[in-house]
Design a protein. Structure first.
Length: 341
C-alpha cells in the first residue's frame, strides 16, 4: 500500500470529528463533561488515598491500634468510592465510543454505497479490503482514540495532583520522576519504532487471508489452497517480526517497571532511617511516584496501542482518499470526459 500523506491523516480526523458537530453533539458534550468530572473525582480520591495510606502505615509502625482501626475504615471507604468512580467513568467512555463508532460507520457506508463508489474502489489495487476498514478499523479508531484522549486528560490531572505531593516530600522525587519517564519514553520509541509499519502490514495480511478463505467458501474453488497457504505464511512471517520487536521492547519496559517500585524508596528511606520523616511517608512516596510516573510514561505504556492505532488511521485515511478520488465530482468529470470522446 502506498504511504499515507499528511493530508490523509487530517482527512481521518476531519471526518471523525464530524460526530462532535452532528445533531448528537450535545449528548457527546455531556458525556465528555461527565468523563472529566469523574476523572477529577478519581484523582482527588487517589490523592486522599495516598494520605490515608500514609497515616495507616505510620499507625502500624507505631503500633497505634486506635489510629490503625480508624484509617483502615477510611482506606476501605476510599477504595470503594474509587471503584465506583472508575467503573462509572469507563462506562460513560465506552458508551460514547460506541455512539461515535455507530455515527462514523453509517457515514462511511453512505459514502461507500453512493454513486457506485464501492465498485470503483474495488477496482483499485492500492485499497485492500474496504469492508474490513469500514467495519473493524472504524471500531478500533474510535475506541482507541477515545481511550487516548481520556488517558491524556487523566495524565494531566494526575501530574497536577501528585507533583505537589512529591515536591512536599522532597523535590528530588519530582525531578527523578520527570527524568526517568523521559528516558523510558525515548528508549521505548527507539526500540519499537518498527511496530508502526509492521502493524500496518499485519492488518493487510490478515485481511488477505480472510478474503481468501471467504472466496473458497463462496466459490468452492479448492485450487485456492496454495494461495491461502502462501497468505498464511506471510501472516506468520510478519507476526514473528512483531513478536521480535515486542520482545525487545518488553526487556526494557519490564526492567523499567520493576525499578519504579524501588527507586522512590531508595531516595526517601535514608530520611526515615535518620528519623526526619514517618514510615508512612516512605510508602506514600512510592505510591505518588508510581502515579506520577504512569502519567509521564504514557508513550511507554501505550506504545503498542499507539502503533496499532497509527496503522488503522493510515488505512482509514487511504480509504477516505480513495472515496474522495472517486466521489461524485470525480465521477462527473469522468462522465463528461467520456461524452466528449
Amino acid at each position: 500500500m502506498a504511504p499515507l500523506h499528511r493530508h490523509a491523516w487530517l482527512r481521518v480526523f476531519a471526518v471523525g470529528k464530524g460526530f462532535f458537530l452532528s445533531p448528537l453533539r450535545w449528548r457527546a458534550a455531556g458525556a465528555l463533561t461527565a468523563i472529566l468530572a469523574l476523572l477529577l473525582t478519581l484523582n482527588a480520591l487517589n490523592v486522599a488515598n495516598s494520605y490515608v495510606g500514609r497515616n495507616f502505615m505510620t499507625a502500624i509502625a507505631q503500633r497505634d491500634g486506635a489510629q490503625y482501626f480508624r484509617f483502615a475504615v477510611l482506606y476501605i471507604g476510599v477504595f470503594a468510592a474509587s471503584t465506583v468512580t472508575g467503573v462509572s467513568q469507563q462506562f460513560v467512555q465506552d458508551r460514547l465510543a460506541l455512539s461515535w463508532r455507530d455515527w462514523l460507520t453509517r457515514h462511511l457506508i453512505d459514502r461507500y454505497l453512493s454513486a457506485h463508489t464501492f465498485a470503483r474502489i474495488r477496482a483499485r489495487t492500492d485499497i485492500d479490503n474496504p469492508d474490513q476498514r469500514i467495519a473493524e478499523d472504524v471500531r478500533t479508531f474510535t475506541g482507541t482514540l477515545m481511550s487516548f484522549v481520556v488517558m491524556i486528560a487523566n495524565s494531566t490531572l494526575t501530574t497536577v495532583a501528585f507533583a505537589g505531593v512529591l515536591w512536599s516530600i522532597t523535590p528530588l522525587l519530582l525531578v527523578t520522576a520527570v527524568l526517568y519517564a523521559a528516558l523510558g519514553s525515548v528508549v521505548t520509541v527507539l526500540l519499537g519504532h518498527r511496530l508502526v509499519s509492521l502493524d500496518n502490514h499485519q492488518f493487510k495480511k490478515e485481511a488477505d487471508l480472510r478474503y481468501g478463505l471467504i472466496h473458497v467458501r463462496e466459490h468452492g474453488d479448492a485450487r485456492e489452497g496454495r494461495r491461502i497457504l502462501a497468505r498464511l505464511r506471510r501472516v506468520v512471517h510478519n507476526s514473528r517480526a512483531i513478536i521480535g520487536v515486542t520482545r525487545n521492547v518488553g526487556f526494557f519496559t519490564s526492567g523499567y517497571n520493576y525499578l519504579v517500585q524501588i527507586l522512590p524508596i531508595l531516595i526517601v528511606a535514608p530520611r526515615y532511617l535518620r528519623g526526619t520523616i514517618e514510615f508512612g511517608v516512605v510508602t506514600q512516596s512510592a505510591m505518588a511516584f508510581a502515579q506520577l510516573l504512569g502519567a509521564f510514561s504514557l508513550i511507554l505504556v501505550q506504545f503498542q496501542s499507539i502503533s496499532a492505532f497509527a496503522a488503522v488511521a493510515r488505512r482509514l485515511g487511504s480509504l477516505l482518499e480513495a472515496m474522495d478520488a472517486v466521489g461524485p465530482e470525480a465521477i462527473h468529470g469522468m462522465l463528461v470526459s467520456g461524452a466528449r470522446t
